[in-house]
Design a protein around this ligand. Sequence first.
Ligand code: BGC
Length: 736
Amino acid sequence: MKNTFSLLLALLCPLFGKAQPIPVYLDDTQPIEARVQDALARMTLEEKVRLCTAQSKFSSHGVPRLGIPEIWMSDGPHGVREEISWDSWNAAGFTNDSCTAFPALTCLAATWNPEMAALYGKSVGEEARYRRKDILLGPGCNIYRTPLNGRNFEYLGEDPYLASTLIVPYVRELQKNGVAACVKHFALNNQEKWRGHIDVEVSDRALYEIYLPAFKAAVQKGGAWSVMGSYNRVRGEHACHNNLLLNRILKGEWTFDGCVVTDWGGAHDTREAVFNGLDIEMGTYTDGLSKSRDFAYDNYHLAKKYLQGLQDGTYPLATVEDKAARVLRLIFRTAMNRRRPWGAFTSQAHYDAARRIGEEGIVLLKNETPRRSRAALLPIDTTVYRHILVVGDNAVRRLTEGGGSSELKVQHEISPLQGLTKRYGDKITYTQGYAAGRPRYGKTEEPTIDTDSLRRAALELAREADLVIFIGGLNKNYQQDCEAGDRIQYNLPFGQDELIPALAEVNPRMVLVLLSGNAVEMKWVKKIPAIVQGWYLGSEAGHALSAVLSGEVCPSGKLPFSFPVQLADNGAHAFDALCYPGDSIHEVYKEDIFVGYRWHDTQNIPALFPFGHGLSYTTFDYGKATLSAETMQEGDTLTLTVPVKNSGAAAGKEVVQLYIGDVESSLPRPTKELKAFRKIDLKAGETRDVTFDITADDLRYFDDARHGWVAEPGKFVLYVGSSSTDIRARKTIILK
Ligand code: BGC
C-alpha cells in the first residue's frame, strides 16, 4: 500500500513540477528509527541476511539496490592500519595510507587524563574519517590481569575505574567524526594463549566489578555504536555468540542498540550466532572467491545457512529483523551520515597530539642520585654530562611494526635515538648492546648478528661515557608485546638482564628506559638509579621521550598497572595452572576480584612499582583533608577536600587519587579501590584545593546472590594518595 502510494507520488510529481520526495530512509532529517523501519520495509530477506556478513577482509555488505553503502572497517586502536587486500591478509599496496601512530593505549592510560583520551579519540577519529572508514576497531579495554598477556599494550590497565574514565572521552570524540568505535574484546579476553577456545570461568562478582565496567561505560556513557566479541569462550559459549554476555548483559541490562561484530573468525556455530546476540560476522579464513571454499563468505554462519533456516522456519524472522535494524542504524550513524566532517590525516595537529599524549604518559619510576654524583640523574644536566652513550635495540627499532593487528604503516616515526640526537647533537654516541630479530606473526626470529660483540662494545663505550641511557624493554615480536601469543618469561628477553647490571657496574650513572606495554621483572633494580617507563609512543616517540628526559616536560604519568617483584606476586599467578593459562580447555579466575593492586594490598605483597606510582621533577605536598560531613546515607553527597601544593622548583602535574576501603563487610573486599582522581597542573609554589564528591555508589560491591550493587552500612576509609601505596591523607566516613 505504502509502496503503491510512493510510486503514484513519484509518477505524478513531475507533472506538477514538484521534486520527487526522498524516501524516508535517505532523509537524514527523519528520526533514525523511522529510517531503519523504512529501509527494512523495502528490503528482501536475502538483503537483510547479507547485511550480517563480511564481503571482504575489512568490509561488510550494504544494500546496493537501495544505495545503502557497505561498511568499511580498520584496525585500531593506535592509528588507522594500512589497507589490506580484499581477500587476503596481504597489504593492498596503497601509497596513501601511511598514518600517524599514536601512543599505545597503556600510555594513554598512564596519562590519567581524560582530556588526553578525548584528544586521542578526536585525532584518531579524524584519521579514520579521512581514510573513509566507518568503524575503527578499538579501543580495547580488557583488564590487565597478568603481565604475560601479549596484548596488554592495547588496553587501559588493571583498574576498572581508570579504564572506564578514559574510554568514554575516547569513544565520544572518535564518534563525532561519524566513525563508530568498536570496543573490544568483549569479554574476558585477558590472554592470548589459547585465545580461540579457552573457556573462562569467573564469578559474577568479578565480572561485574572488574571485567565489565569499562565496556559498560563505553556503551552507556560513551555511546559506542559497535562492540567486538572476543575469541575465547565464556561459561561454555564462544564470546562472539554468547547469551550471557551479548543478550542478557550488553543488549539486555545495558540496552545497547548498536552492532556486535565478531572478532575475525570468532563465530563457530550458526544457531548460537543467530540467537546469541551476534550481528555482523567477520572472518579470517577465507579468500572469498575460489580457494578455501569451505570458508568462503557464503558459507559463513550468518550467510547461506542462516537464510535457509529463516526460509524453512528453523529461525524466526524476528532475529534477522533485529540484526538488520542494528546494522542499518550503524550505517545511518556512519557511512550515510551526510553531516559527518571530512577528517584529517597526518596533520601537524595529529603529530602534536601524539607527542603530547606520549609526554603525559611517560612514567618516571625511579630517580635517585648515583654513587659519586651530586644530584638525581634526571632531568639530564648537560653541563655535567657532556658525553652521553645511548645503548639498546629499542633506541632505533620501529616499534609501530609488529604486534599483530594493531601494527601501523607510518608516515614517520621518530626513534628515541633520533629524538635524543636532535636535542643533544654530537654529545650522543649510540651502540646497540643487544639484538632481537624482526617481528614475524606467530613466529620468533633469532637475530643474525653476533650478540657477544655487541655486548662487549657497549661495555667498553659505557666506561668512557659521562651518562648511559639504556633503551630496551620488550618489542612487538611474537611472545613479547604481540597478538596471538603470551609472553613466555616475566624477565627481560634478548640478554638484557645480563647486560643491564653489567653496564651499571662499569658506569653507575645509568638511566634505564623501558619501552613495553607490560610490567617486567627487574632483579637488577637496586643497581639502576633512574628508570623510566616509556611504553610504545608511536610516531613522535623520540620527541616525547627526549622532552621528558631533558626536563622540557616534567613527567606526570602514573602506572595504570602494578609491577610485581616476581610473577608469583600477581594474583593470576598465585594459584595453579588452571588459574593461568588454564588447562587448554578451561580456565578459572581464582583470584576473583583481587586483580592487580587489589591483590597486592589485600595479600600484603608489596609491588616493585605500585599501581598509580609515578615521580615528578617537582614535589607535591598534600595538606589536611576535610569532609563536608562524616556520616552519610543513600542519596547524600559528601565532599572531600584536600589542598595540594607544588612544593618544588618546577611547574608540574600531579594525579591526586582517591581510594575507598570498606572496613567491615559481609563479603571479602579489597583493602581499597580507586574511586576518583584529578590531574592538576601547578606552578612552582602554587596550591590548589582538590575536591571529590562521594556518594553511596562509590561504596558498593556487586552481590552475586542478589544480582545487584550493595552498599552496606558501616565504616569506610577514604585514602587520598599520590599512588595506591603512597597515601597522604585519610578520612573515615560512616554510611548509616
Ligand atoms: C584481532 C582484532 C582485530 C581483528 C582484525 C583479530 O585477530 O583480535 O583485535 O581487530 O583481528 O584485524
